[in-house]
Structure formats: structure tokens, C-alpha cells
Design a protein around this ligand. Structure first.
Ligand code: S3P
Length: 784
């Protein structure tokens, strides 16, 4: 009895769809072997898109064939190959990998008997490729010229004819393996077929395909099956599954797919899967050890990097922009208070902390750091250097011991270097990495991955660096090619910086340490000079001639001791807190007063703040002093533009001061504020308006109508509220969160600030310290 079924009997039903495609069909007859999910979906897509004049199929399951003919999908079908294959110009093998060889035997016989042309295109949809080619080699004396192995990266948990979907391949990738023996026209025709059904075609070597798929598809499936097995074999498995959380469900979703198919794939791609599994075991052991050792920094580093990479690749694969706002995780609920008093120590300087890790790592010998800022930004730099093989002990109460590896001792990181929220880490490291022998990738969190990186990438390219900002618009992730792959060292250049950015200057000077000749950076205004100072402290000559700063490549750094002073940018919040409140007096001890950072003191003095410095001395090449500030009758001013780079990070809190001053304050020449952790002009203006302050945003600054009251008889009157209450969002910006906290000293009602977890990037312990001097901040983690 023949198992052939003909569509002639069902002609009346065979008129369901008409081809959408007006072009002549690509093929005369396509024969699909196997009407499972993929075979039937492809058949349906071929039919719906009018890709072939006739469509026939072979499947062991005759009812499926009958149904497909009833449905008008097939012109003919049979469980016997020879019954329907004759005259096909394309054969698609949609059978399990293990069955492919037997089908090749049928095809060879059909070619030998003349039923099939020898140039008939033969393709498959299997998820391994090397073994398909090997099976063909076993059967055919020489590989058929029409053989084009292919793999559509599409699927679903459901299997069988009924699960078919014509749209299954739309926007999915199809990998085609070009073989040297294959007719180019066969490849071109197959490409057209896949494109006609909506897929995106790419080509790849079979071995590469198998290795990639072993990692990206086969290993995850294997792990999913295995995890379900693990849980199911527990004695209390009912409870396990009853209370299984979303994580289990998400992770094991793919274990619902066809076991037979996966059984075959695991054997078919045996060697690539085994090596992917071996690599996985090593990573599993590593993370196990981190948990045993309670190595919180390393574990955070690993999880943070993985999260960033997942986000990055997720967006890359989905071709979608990064989400606007990350999940909020903590808030400040602040009750108004009006006085701050005390003597406090502010945490270490962020800029200097970053540089201590960088230069300490590149130096010869040991560098001991004290006063290191244990905030997330500086810790990101620390982790990056650990990832590049540097041994760093600590941090322990601000103390670090860095075992320098010398100028050529960094090793490539196994994973992308994750910079979190830290622009300084990313930009300075870009300079260092552009000069290293090995390739690197730098990535960061949502906010950092939106910040401009071409400002460093473009001048680095002038030096011969090969660096790509792979984000949406000149943004991170940065992909940097090592000098070994470029073939020559960086070249010194003269670079005229368009903006007075210490990060750009430092990036180029650091790259200059490995460059041939002299690297000169010309800055339009003075910007912070910690890099220059610390290079000198490590014995590296730096020439400063006004705003021209130069280094010669090829020198060395010698490790030593670094005492990091307190961060004036963090101190600024408390300086303004004391100035705008009543009966206040604060002393902030041993704060860095490097003249390239003291713009905030100059501006507050111009606003007639009561500030004095005492105990002036030097630590680690940087000037420090105790800063005392008292309640002040501030007045509005026009801020001189030369002070902008010297107070660049302090403007958010200076806007709070300006709101409490008598009269108008005008800031101009501060466009840079728009590209900080947030657009600090827009975000501060929004928040100030929420709290009832009249202000006007300009292209490069802000005009604030201060609501302070003139002092009478020299008496400060800071009792009147200037701000109302309200909800403020930090926009993932630590300084926005802290600035509005300070505003609570002149608020009439509670201020709630959302998204304050970023405060930890620069000022861990801010809320506790603020409460210690008389403020009232309650940290609410309920949104975590
Ligand atoms: C920094 C420089 C400044 C500053 C940042 C830290 C540094 O950035 O805003 O917080 O450590 O070099 P720009 O130099 O880009 O203005």
C-alpha cells in the first residue's frame, strides 16, 4: 500500500491562501523532510510567501501529512521518500540530527536514479553543523554541489505539526555555512528563501557555529534540564516545586522542549558541548569559592559585570535603547531641621582615590594608600585593576596596599571591565588601555553608558589608538584594540581640548606614558590637576607651562605612600548646609584645598558666606585645611566663568545655596553640567521648581531667584523656609540626591528623595553623617 497522499482529492480545500509575493516563485518544488515544528513552520512560510510552485513533504507520521494536504499546505506527501521527491529543486531536512545520514542515503539514491538533479539544493535546519557535513561526506563520494548546511535560530517549547507558525522565522537569524564545494547560486537561492520568510541570514564556518551554539543554546538547555532533574530528585520535591520562585521558572522554561531532540543534539555536538561544560564548571567553582570566602568585593564585581554584560547584550540582541531609569532601590525621607553643628571628617577624595589605584598599580614596588574612598566609583577602578591581575590588599578602613606590576605588567581581563557609574574610571582607563598590548572592553551602568565617550576616543585615535564607542551615540561600551593587534605604539600628539575637562586631560596624559615622543594637552581653562601632581609624586616628570601640560613616553613610576585628603566635593554639601541654616557652625577636618578644586569656596565667599580655613598643611603632594563655615546671609551673584571648571561638581548644591540667597544668581558657561551623571541643569531646575523656587534654564546655565532675607544689624536670619516639601527623583545622580537633602534645612515640609542608592558612589555614610550634625534623614529601603 502506498502512503502517498495527493492534493488532487482535496482540491476544493486547497484555495485557502494566495501567495502575497508577486515575483515568480524561487523554486519549482520544495520537498520538506519532517513536518515537526521547524519543518512545518518553514513549509507554511514558504506557502504563505509563494516561494515555491509546489510543496511536498516526507514524514513518518501519515496523519500529519493528510492534515497538511487537507489544510492546503502541501501538494503531496508520503512516508516514503521516493513517492514524492522526484523533480524537487530544494530539499529541506527538518529531521533530528541523528536521522540526517539516512536521508542523505535516500537523496543519493534518488540522484543516482535520476529522480533528483545532481545540483538540487540540499539544506537542513539542524542545530549542529559539523556532523551534518560529516554525514554527507560518509554518504556521497564528494560533497554535492547543492549542499548548503543551515540553521535557523528560532524555536518554541511546543513541537509537532500543530505548533507550526509561518512567522516563526521573522526577524530571527539563520546561519548558513558556506562550503568550498558548494555552488554559489545554491547559497544565493537559499539566502533568498530565508529572507523571503522574514529571517536575517548570516554566514559562518561550521566549527565556529557549533562552538557558539554549544555555549549559547546547548549549554543553557543542558543546565535547565539538569536543574529540574536536581530539584525533582530531592525527597521534598513537592515542596520544592510548589514554592519554586520565578527564578526557577524562568531558568528552566527551556527544559520543557523535546527531550529526544536534545538528546540527539548533545551527542551530535559532543566535543563543543563538553568543552563549554568544562569551562562552565570552572566558573561555577570560582563563584562557589567567592561565597565560601565571603569575598564580597569580588562577588559584587562578578555580579555587576554579569548584569552589565547581560543588559548590554540583551539590548544589542533586541536592538532596543537602554531603559531610561534603572529600578529605584532606596529613598530618603527628610524631616525639615534648621541647624547643623559639629566637627566632622568627610570621606576621601574620589578623584585622588581613583588615581591612587591606577598609578599604584602601574608603579614598580608597593604603594600604601590611606584615606581611600570606599565608594562604589573608586571601588570600580579597584576591581578593574584586580581584574587585570594586580594584587591589591584592602580596603580596610581606607587603607590599601597595592602591589604594583610596573608599566607593562597589566594582564587582559577575562571579562569586560565594569565601571559602574564612574565616568572618571572609564575615561582614565580608556587612556591606559589604549596603550596596552591586549584588547579590552569597558562598560558601565545605565547612566554611564549614556555619557559621551568620544571626547576621549577621538583624541586617542589621533594618537593611533583603535577604539570604538559601541553604544548608541558615541557612548560606552568601549572596545579597545591592543597594540599587539595594531602593530605599533601610540604616538604623542598636541591636543587642544575643546572643554576644560580633567578627565580628558588625564586620559591623554596617561596614554602619553606609553606613547612615542611628547604628548601635550592644552586646556582652555584650568581643570583639576591631580593626575599631574600624582605622576610627579611617583617620580614621573610632567611639564606644566600655563595651560600646556606635557609628558614624554617611556618613563616609569615608583610606588610610595599616598594620603588621600577629604573630598572637597563631598564637603561642599555640608558647607552649604551650615551656610543656609540658622545658628550653625561646622568644622570639616583636613579637606583637600587643591586650588584647582576650591571654586566652591571662592563662589560661596563671593556670596558672602562666613568661611574660614585653618590648620593648613600638605598631605601626599596635596594641600589640605580644616574648613569652618557658619550660618551666613548669602547674596546672589553672577558666577565668574573661570570658576566653573574649579567647582564643576559642586553646582547642584550651589544652586540650593543660590535659592537661599538674597537676589538673583546667574550661572553661565556651564554646559558641561548637562553631561554629568545626569543633566544637572535640567534635573536641578525641575527639582527646585517642585520645591517652589523660581528659576530659568538657559543653554549653558541657570538663573535662580533667591528667596533669602537681608540680614538686619549683622544678624543672620535663616529661619524662614525657602523650599516647600515634595518628591524629588535623583535621576541616578548622587549629587542631586545629596543637594536636595541639604535643601531640607530650609524646607517647610518633608522632602522625599527617590533613587538615593547612588549616593554610595561618592559618599558612603552621607545620611548618617548628616544626622550626626542635626539633620533628620530616614533611609527607606522598602523599594529595594
Ligand atoms: C573628575 C573630573 C571632572 C569631575 C568628575 C571627576 C576627575 O570631570 O566632574 O567628577 O576625577 O578627573 P570633567 O573633567 O569631565 O569635567
Amino acid at each position: 500500500m502506498s502512503n502517498a497522499v495527493s492534493s488532487q482529492q482535496n482540491k476544493q480545500k486547497n484555495n485557502k491562501r494566495s501567495p502575497l509575493n508577486v515575483k515568480p516563485p524561487l523554486f519549482k518544488q520544495v520537498c520538506v523532510i519532517g513536518l515537526g515544528l521547524i519543518g512545518a513552520s518553514l513549509a507554511q512560510a514558504i506557502k504563505d510567501n509563494g516561494v515555491s510552485e509546489r510543496l511536498v513533504a516526507v514524514d513518518r507520521h501519515v496523519p500529519s501529512l493528510e492534515e497538511a494536504i487537507q489544510d492546503g499546505l502541501l501538494d503531496a506527501g508520503s512516508s516514503v521518500f521516493d513517492d514524492v521527491v522526484s523533480g524537487s529543486d530544494l530539499i529541506v531536512l527538518a529531521v533530528p540530527v541523528q536521522a540526517v545520514q539516512a536521508v542523505f542515503v535516500d537523496i543519493k539514491n534518488a540522484m543516482d536514479s535520476g529522480q533528483l538533479a545532481t545540483d538540487c539544493i540540499i539544506t537542513d535546519v539542524c542545530s549542529t553543523k559539523v556532523n551534518i557535513i560529516e554525514a554527507a561526506r560518509t554518504v556521497f563520494t564528494s560533497l554535492p554541489i547543492g549542499l548548503v548546511p543551515a540553521h535557523p535560530i528560532a524555536g518554541a517549547e511546543n513541537s509537532g505539526y500543530h505548533a507550526r507558525r509561518a512567522t516563526l522565522f521573522v526577524n530571527h537569524s539563520v546561519i548558513i555555512c558556506n562550503l568550498p564545494t558548494t555552488n554559489l547560486s545554491a547559497v544565493a537561492n537559499l539566502r533568498q528563501l530565508w529572507e523571503a520568510v522574514g529571517a536575517m541570514v548570516m554566514t559562518m564556518e561550521a566549527e565556529h557555529h557549533d562552538a557558539i551554539l554549544a555555549h549559547t543554546s546547548h549549554l543553557p538547555h543542558l543546565l535547565a534540564f539538569n536543574l529540574v532533574e536536581q530539584l525533582a530528585s530531592h525527597d521534598d520535591n513537592l515542596d520544592m516545586f510548589r514554592y519554586a520562585a520565578g527564578g526557577f521558572r524562568d531558568f528552566t522554561r527551556i527544559a520543557a522542549s523535546d527531550p529526544k531532540m536534545w538528546h540527539d543534539i548533545f551527542f551530535a555536538n559532543q566535543s563543543a558541548i563538553v568543552s563549554a561544560l568544562d569551562e562552565y564548571s570552572v566558573y561555577l567553582q570560582d563563584i562557589r569559592q567567592l561565597i565560601i570566602d565571603k569575598d564580597s568585593t569580588a562577588l559584587m564585581g562578578l555580579l555587576g559585570r554579569a548584569q552589565a554584560a547581560r543588559r548590554h547584550f540583551g539590548h544589542m540582541l533586541a536592538s532596543t535603547p537602554y531603559t531610561d531609569t534603572p529600578a529605584m532601590s532606596a529613598s530618603y525621607l527628610i524631616t525639615p531641621s534648621n541647624t547643623v553643628t559639629g566637627t566632622i571628617a568627610i570621606p576621601g577624595d574620589k578623584s585622588i582615590s581613583h588615581r591612587s589605584i591606577m598609578l599604584g598599580s602601574l608603579a614598580t614596588g608597593v604603594t600604601n594608600v590611606t584615606g581611600f574612598l570606599e565608594g562604589e566609583d573608586a571601588l570600580a577602578t579597584l576591581q578593574a585593576f584586580r581584574d587585570m591581575g594586580v594584587t591589591i590588599e584592602g580596603p580596610d578602613n581606607g587603607k590599601l596596599t597595592i602591589h604594583g606590576v610596573g608599566m607593562n605588567g597589566l594582564k587582559p581581563s577575562k571579562t569586560p571591565l565594569y565601571m559602574g557609574n564612574s565616568g572618571t574610571s572609564m575615561r582614565l582607563l580608556a587612556g591606559i588601555l589604549a596603550a596596552q598590548s591586549f584588547d579590552s572592553v569597558l562598560t558601565g551602568d545605565t547612566s554611564l553608558n549614556k555619557r559621551p565617550m568620544e571626547r576621549v576616543a577621538a583624541p586617542l585615535r589621533q594618537m593611533g589608538a583603535v577604539i570604538q564607542s559601541t553604544g548608541h551615540s558615541g557612548t560606552a561600551p568601549l572596545s579597545i584594540t591592543g597594540r599587539d593587534n595594531v602593530g605599533k605604539p601610540l604616538q604623542g600628539v598636541d591636543y587642544d581640548m575643546p572643554v576644560a575637562s580633567a578627565q580628558v586631560k588625564s586620559c591623554l596624559l596617561l596614554a602619553g606614558l606609553w606613547s612615542e615622543g611628547t604628548t601635550t594637552v592644552i586646556q582652555p581653562e584650568v581643570s583639576r590637576d591631580h593626575t599631574e601632581r600624582m605622576l610627579s609624586a611617583f617620580g614621573y616628570p610632567v611639564t606644566v607651562d600655563g595651560n600646556r601640560i606635557s609628558v614624554e613616553g617611556g618613563g616609569t613610576l615608583t610606588g610610595g605612600d599616598i594620603a588621600v585628603p577629604a573630598d572637597i566635593s563631598s564637603a561642599a554639601f555640608f558647607m552649604v548646609a551650615a551656610a543656609i541654616s540658622q545658628d550653625s557652625e561646622l568644622t570639616l577636618t583636613q579637606v583637600g584645598i587643591n586650588p584647582t578644586r576650591t571654586g566652591v569656596i571662592d563662589i560661596l565667599k563671593l556670596m558672602q558666606a562666613d568661611i574660614s580655613l585653618s590648620n593648613e598643611t600638605h598631605v601626599g603632594g596635596e594641600p589640605v585645611a580644616d574648613i569652618t563655615i557658619r550660618s551666613s546671609s548669602l547674596v546672589g551673584i553672577e558666577i565668574p566663568e573661570y570658576l566653573v571648571p574649579l567647582a564643576i561638581d559642586e553646582f547642584p548644591v550651589l544652586f540650593v545655596a543660590a535659592s537661599c540667597a538674597q537676589g538673583r544668581t546667574v550661572l553661565t558657561g556651564a554646559k558641561e553640567l548637562r553631561v554629568k551623571e545626569s543633566d544637572r541643569i535640567a534635573v536641578m531646575a525641575d527639582g527646585l521648581k517642585t520645591l517652589g523656587v523660581d528659576c530659568t534654564v538657559t543653554d549653558d546655565g541657570l538663573i535662580i531667584e533667591g528667596q533669602g532675607i537681608q540680614s538686619q544689624n549683622g544678624e543672620v536670619n535663616n529661619n524662614q523656609p525657602v523650599f516647600g516639601g515634595g518628591h524629588i527623583t535623583s535621576h541616578h545622580d548622587h549629587r542631586i540626591a545629596m543637594s536636595f537633602s541639604v535643601a531640607s534645612l530650609r524646607a517647610s515640609e518633608q522632602i522625599i528623595i527617590e533613587g538615593v542608592e547612588t549616593v554610595n558612589t561618592s559618599f558612603p555614610g552621607f545620611a548618617e553623617l548628616a544626622n550626626q550634625i542635626g539633620m533628620s534623614i530616614q533611609v527607606d529601603h522598602s523599594k529595594a
